[in-house]
Design a protein. Structure first.
Length: 632
C-alpha cells in the first residue's frame, strides 16, 4: 500500500495493510495482479468507516490484465450477503438458485451488474460488519464472498467473470463467462473500490451504511419519461382498451398481453387474478377515481361491474375470496384451487378502498366492505398463538402452506379493518402478526415466499412489513413500529439498483435508454429487474417525511423514474414490435439472464410480457397522492 489518508478523528488505523479499531484488528487487505503491471494504491477515508481504495496502473507493453482487490476479515462470518443475489447462502427455499458461497469447491463469482450494489459483498461477525463494492470506470468487474472457518474474504475481480458457471435463468446454469481487458502502454488506468466498516448496529440493518455510501456516490436525479397526468391517462387507456375482458360471467381485467407471432393478445391461461400480477380490484378502483376526476361514465361503469363481478361470484362462505376467477369459468385450470395471502391481502385492502370510492361516486356497495372484513375475520380466526397467519389455504380454509414471511400480507388490511370498525380484535391480531413476521427478518436477514412463481428469498415478502409498520405507527404512535418499518426498508433497499449500467449498442435495453438506477430485482431465483418498487413508492415518501431521511424520498423518486421507462404512447417499437398504448414490460434482463434463442439474439433485452400490475401500481400511487409534483 503506497499511500493511506485517514481522518484526524478516525476510529480506525491502517498499519502494513492491516485495519485496526484501537487495538482490535478487523482485517487486512488482500490483492493480486497479473505480471507486467506497475501499480500504485491509495486509500482515503471519505467519512468515518468509508474508505476509497484507488488503484492506478500502467503496462509496459500491450497486454491483457487481471486484478483482485479484497479484504480478509479477522473473524468468521455469521451472516453474509451479495445484494439481490445471495442472503446468507440462500439456504431457504426449494429452488436451484445459487446455494452457499461456493459451487463444486469454487467460489461463486458474480458480475457487478447482477448485484444491486456494483460488485458488493457484505459480512457480519464478532461485532463488526464489512462491505466492499466497486465503481465502474474502464472495465467491468465481478465479486465473490468466501466465508471460511476463521475468516471471510471479500473480493472484487477485474475484468468481469462469472464462474464456475453463469446463473442464467431460474434453476438453470450456463457456461462460465469471462471478459478480457486489453490495456495499452503509456496510458494510466484506474480502478476504484470502497470498503465500508461499521460496528454491528443494536437495532436496524448494519448493511445500511454500505447502501448509504453507494447511493450517495451514484444517485442522480432524473425526470420520469412522462408527467404524472400523462401516466394517469396512459394507464387508464391500457386498462380499458387492452386489458378489459368479458367471458361468461366474468367482466374485469386480463392479466396481460403476449405476442402470438403476429399481434399482441390477452394471455390464454391463468387470465383473471384478483391481486398480485392481475390486480383486478386495484384497476377497478382507479377507474372509479378516473370517473371522479373526469366524469367519464365508462370508467364508472367498468369499475363497478368489475368490483361486482368478484364480490358477487368469487366470495366463499368462510370469508375467503377466490383469487383466480378462471376456476369459475368453463375453461378452468386443472390444478387445485388455492387462495393465498398475497392475493387476499390486496383484495381486502382494495375492497375497503372500493367501498369508500363507490360511496363518493354515489353508488352504495356495502358488499365491498363485507368482502374485505370477511378476509380479515378469516385471518383473525386462523392466526396461531405466536401470531403466524399462514401463506395459503384451500377453499375449506385448511392451510396448505403455513410458512413464508408473505403471510404478513394480511396485516395491513387488519389495520385498515380496525381503523374502519374500531374493533380491537383487528388491531390486536395486526400487532401480534406483525411482531411475528418482523422477527423473521430481524433474526434471519431476509424474507421469503412472496414471489408466487418461486419459493425462495425475495423482495416482495418484505413490502407488507414496511406498509404495516407505518400503519401500526399511525394507529398506536408506538415508535418501535416506525423503527421496524425502516428496518424493512433497508432490506428492500438491498434489492434496489444503486448504479447505472451501460448496455451495448444493438441490445433492447440500449435502445430503450434503460437506466437500472432505482429498479428492483425480483428474488434470488429471478435476477431480472422489474418496476415492482412502484408498490411501495408512497410508503418510502412517507418514511422520508417521518424520519427526516431525504434518501428515502430520493429512492422513491428513483423507483418512480425507473418504473416509467418503456411505457408505450402507441408509437413505441421494442424488438420490432409496436406496443399498445399504456403497455409496459414486466421484466428487464439487466444481466445475463435466460438462454440465447432466436428471439434473444443477445443478452440485455426484455421479457415481452405486457402484464397488468405495473399499470395498476402506477395508478395506485397516483390515486393515493394528492400532490403529483413530488415526481417533477
Amino acid at each position: 500500500m503506497n499511500e493511506i489518508d485517514t481522518g484526524q478523528d478516525s476510529h480506525y488505523i491502517w498499519k502494513d495493510g492491516q485495519l485496526y479499531s484501537g487495538v482490535e484488528r478487523i482485517g487486512h487487505i488482500v490483492s493480486e495482479a497479473s505480471s507486467g503491471i506497475k501499480y500504485r494504491d491509495e486509500i482515503k477515508e471519505t467519512e468515518e468507516g468509508v474508505f476509497q481504495w484507488t488503484r492506478s496502473f500502467t503496462v509496459e507493453e500491450r497486454q491483457t490484465v487481471a486484478f483482485t482487490m479484497g479484504f480478509q476479515t479477522s473473524y468468521p462470518t455469521t451472516y453474509g450477503m451479495i445484494p439481490a443475489v445471495t442472503y446468507n447462502g440462500n439456504t431457504w427455499g426449494s429452488g436451484l438458485e445459487p446455494k452457499g458461497f461456493e459451487k463444486d469447491g469454487q467460489p461463486w463469482t458474480f458480475a457487478y451488474h447482477r448485484a444491486a450494489v456494483a460488485g458488493a459483498t457484505y459480512s457480519e461477525g464478532s461485532g463488526w460488519s464489512v462491505g466492499l463494492f466497486g465503481q465502474y470506470e474502464d472495465c467491468g468487474f465481478s465479486c465473490s464472498l468466501t466465508p471460511q472457518d476463521e475468516y471471510t474474504v471479500h473480493r472484487l475481480i477485474w475484468p468481469l467473470a462469472e464462474t464456475p458457471v453463469t446463473y442464467v435463468g431460474r434453476d438453470r446454469d450456463g457456461a462460465p463467462y469471462r471478459e478480457e481487458w486489453l490495456c495499452e502502454p503509456d496510458q494510466e488506468y484506474r480502478i476504484t473500490a470502497y470498503l465500508v466498516i461499521r460496528p454491528l448496529a443494536e437495532a436496524g440493518a448494519s448493511w445500511s451504511k454500505m447502501l448509504e455510501a453507494a447511493w450517495g456516490l451514484n444517485y442522480h436525479a432524473e425526470k420520469p419519461s412522462y408527467q404524472a397526468d400523462q401516466l394517469w391517462q396512459l394507464g387508464i387507456r391500457y386498462a380499458k382498451e387492452s386489458l378489459w375482458a368479458e367471458e361468461g360471467i366474468f367482466k374485469g381485467f386480463s392479466i396481460g398481453l403476449k405476442w402470438n407471432g403476429e399481434a399482441w393478445e390477452q394471455r390464454k391461461t391463468w387470465r383473471y387474478k384478483i391481486g398480485w400480477t392481475g390486480q383486478n380490484i386495484s384497476l377497478a378502483n382507479s377507474l372509479l377515481v378516473d370517473y371522479l376526476k373526469t366524469g367519464d361514465l365508462s370508467s364508472l361503469e367498468k369499475g363497478i361491474v368489475a368490483l361486482d363481478t368478484w364480490a358477487n361470484h368469487a366470495r366463499l362462505d368462510n370469508g375467503l375470496i377466490r383469487c383466480h376467477f378462471d376456476h369459475l369459468l368453463e375453461n378452468k385450470p386443472s390444478s387445485p384451487e388455492i387462495q393465498d395471502a398475497v392475493h387476499l391481502g390486496a383484495a381486502a385492502m382494495n375492497y375497503f378502498e372500493a367501498y369508500e370510492l363507490a360511496n363518493k361516486c354515489g353508488v352504495a356497495r356495502p358488499s365491498y366492505k363485507e368482502t374485505a372484513l370477511g378476509i380479515c375475520s378469516f385471518a383473525v380466526e386462523h392466526q396461531n398463538e405466536e401470531g403466524k397467519i399462514g401463506k395459503a389455504w384451500n377453499n375449506e380454509g385448511i392451510p396448505v402452506d403455513p410458512e413464508g414471511t408473505i403471510g404478513s400480507s394480511l396485516v395491513p388490511p387488519l389495520i385498515k379493518a380496525y381503523n374502519m370498525t374500531n374493533e380491537t380484535k383487528y388491531l390486536e391480531a395486526a400487532e401480534q402478526g406483525y411482531r411475528y413476521y418482523i422477527r423473521e427478518l430481524l433474526d434471519n436477514g431476509f424474507t421469503t415466499a412472496g414471489a408466487l412463481d418461486t419459493y425462495c428469498i425475495d423482495k416482495e415478502s418484505a413490502i407488507p412489513l414496511l406498509k404495516a409498520g407505518l400503519g401500526l405507527y399511525e394507529a398506536t404512535t408506538n415508535v418501535q413500529y416506525l423503527q421496524w418499518a425502516e428496518a424493512a426498508s433497508w432490506y428492500l433497499a438491498t434489492w434496489q439498483w444503486h448504479h447505472t449500467v451501460a448496455y451495448p449498442e444493438g441490445s433492447a435495453l440500449h435502445a430503450l435508454g434503460y437506466d437500472t438506477l432505482g429498479g428492483t430485482s425480483v428474488s434470488t431465483q429471478h435476477h431480472h429487474i422489474d418496476p415492482y418498487a412502484l408498490d411501495f413508492v408512497t410508503e418510502w415518501l412517507k418514511l422520508g417525511e417521518l424520519t427526516g431521511n431525504a434518501a428515502w424520498i430520493q429512492r422513491a423518486r428513483a423507483a418512480w423514474v425507473n418504473g416509467s421507462i418503456g411505457i408505450s404512447d402507441g408509437t413505441l417499437k421494442v424488438m420490432n414490435k409496436l406496443r399498445p398504448v399504456g403497455s409496459q414490460d414486466e421484466g428487464y434482463y439487466h444481466t445475463r439472464w435466460g438462454f440465447l434463442t432466436e428471439r434473444h439474439e443477445q443478452p440485455f433485452d426484455v421479457t415481452e410480457w405486457l402484464v397488468a400490475w405495473p399499470t395498476a401500481f402506477r395508478l395506485e400511487v397516483l390515486r393515493h397522492l394528492e400532490d403529483w409534483s413530488v415526481f417533477e
